[in-house]
Design a protein around this ligand. Structure first.
Ligand code: GLN
Length: 486
């Protein structure tokens, strides 16, 4: 087995036993990235020198007896989180030359834990999209089939993990951006409870929805990474002081007596039959291990897309107002006055989808329409939250398809935004309700594309997701790296 194929858990054991060095591990990932990333295009920046230098430091620290949970572990970071002194582009022309003046809290925590930053991964511009085709730079490809999208917006992070360029990565999830690409790329992806992880240093999109989370090829590594990034941060007032447990303790707890809620609204017409059958199979296998399935209802699901695309565009229009050419990023040269500066800067440097969202968001917040759209959406958002509260009176974990279809072909939906938005139907309610959810690989369809199952738990119950996924994982070990088409 090559070092780049190791899980974090396996590699850390080898480091401990002296069978592997941090430098060898990082070098193996960098070599792998150099070999495959020309086709996958997951990274917008690969920091080879910086990564090797940190790996060597980690080796020295290990020799000196230092202990840190991820000492020497290579990781990729979505390019909407700050690493001090490196560019944060958000895959936008607006921030193409913006250098981060500070570390995001998650990055600072990873640094303290000894992680090695391999580089920054591609995304849909400002995290708006579901295919990574909205990147201003290039489209990332799905490592299982390069004609297909890896999902989005954390498509670069998901593809880099799936292609074995890194053992794990960080993504952000406003409406599914960790879970949907994890599903399309056949890996694990967890969106924590809103408030579990600090958003300080994450470029804001929809601040009441955004959450940072881990992507990895197995659930142990998800738990390890979640341990490091969770917790209260005085720099983010929306981070919660509810203590974060050691999530690895939930591994191997079993599912005996666990009630799995199956929401009927998620198994409707239009959901791909292979997607449905993978989820049913996952449920059956968990039930064979002692879980029990109960039907539940999330009756307001049909309103989720409308509510999400009102709330997130409203918040985006406000958050993105700061990119005016005067403070950050791109600034249109030769403008005669301030209005011209704002107009030209924003016209030149924002892509089509970002402009669409700013316009939609400005419209739903405008006097006269605020009550009819934004306020109404907030009310329905509360109903969606209550749907989950009621459902969790009858079950412990909700099990659903994460996306109605497997990955789609590059180019297939990019000119039809509504079609693109509709694909988010099963991930966005989770953000609107603030609950945590984990997508787990569940085999492949006839065309060889990954299938996935989404587990959803009540707020601050990520342990239940990890507990359930660790049983699930044992039952689905059916394909490996040799099947990758890169
Ligand atoms: N696909 C969704 C959107 O376009 C979700 C994006 C995200 O979670 N960042 O808004």
């Amino acid at each position: 087995m090559e070092a780049y194929e190791l899980t974090v858990t396996q590699a850390l054991e080898r480091l401990q036993r002296g069978e592997l060095s941090c430098e060898e591990w990082t070098r193996a990932c960098l070599d792998r990235a150099r070999a495959v990333d020309g086709r996958v295009r997951a990274f917008v920046q690969l920091d080879e020198d910086g990564a090797l230098a940190s790996a060597r430091e980690a080796d020295a620290a290990r020799k000196a007896g230092a202990q840190a949970p991820l000492l020497g572990a290579p990781i990729a970071i979505k390019d909407n989180m700050h690493i001090k002194g490196r560019k944060t582009t958000c895959s936008s022309k607006m921030l193409e030359n913006f250098t981060a003046p500070f570390d995001a809290t998650v990055v600072a925590k990873l640094r303290d834990a000894g992680a090695v930053f391999l580089g920054k991964t591609n995304l849909d511009e400002f995290a708006m999209g579901s295919s990574t085709e909205n990147s201003a730079f290039f489209t990332t490809r799905n490592p299982w089939n390069l004609d297909y999208v890896p999902g989005g917006s954390s498509g670069g992070s998901a593809a880099s993990v799936a292609a074995y360029e890194t053992p794990f990565a960080l993504g952000s999830d406003t409406g599914g951006s960790i879970r949907q690409p994890a599903a399309f790329c056949g890996i694990y992806g967890l969106k924590p409870t809103y408030g579990r992880v600090s958003r300080y240093g994450l470029v804001a999109f929809g601040s009441s929805l955004d959450q940072i989370g881990p992507l990895a090829r197995n659930v142990e590594d998800i738990a390890l990474l979640l341990n490091v990034i969770s917790g209260k941060d005085p720099r983010d007032s929306t981070s919660s002081d509810i203590p974060a447990p050691d999530f690895t303790q939930a591994l191997g707890r079993g599912v005996k007596g666990l009630r799995l809620g199956i929401p009927k609204e998620y198994f409707v017409e239009g959901v791909d039959p292979e997607v449905k059958s993978a989820v049913h199979q996952a449920i059956d296998r968990l039930c064979a291990q002692g879980a029990e399935a109960v039907e539940v209802s999330l009756p307001h699901t049909e309103y989720a897309i409308s509510v999400y695309y009102i709330c997130c565009t409203a918040e985006a229009s406000s958050n993105l107002a700061r990119y005016d050419g005067a403070q950050y990023g791109h600034s249109a040269a030769g403008s005669e006055n301030i209005v011209e500066l704002f107009t030209r800067t924003r016209s030149e440097a924002f892509g089509k989808e970002v402009k669409r969202r700013i316009m939609l968001g400005t419209y739903v917040l405008s006097a006269g329409f605020y009550d009819a759209y934004y306020l109404k959406a907030l009310k329905v958002r509360t109903l969606l939250q209550r749907d989950f509260e009621r459902a969790f009176e009858q079950c412990d974990v909700i099990v659903t398809p994460p996306v109605p279809t497997p990955a789609f072909r590059a180019g297939e939906r990019i000119d039809d935004p509504l079609q693109m938005y509709l694909g988010d139907i099963f991930t966005i309610s989770v953000n609107l309700a603030g609950v945590p959810a984990l997508c787990c690989p569940a085999g492949f369809n006839a065309a060889g594309l990954p299938l996935s199952v989404q587990l959803i738990a009540p707020i601050f119950s990520e342990e239940r997701l990890i507990q359930t996924a660790s049983v699930h994982q044992e039952l689905w070990r059916d394909k490996n790296i040799r099947a990758l088409q890169i």
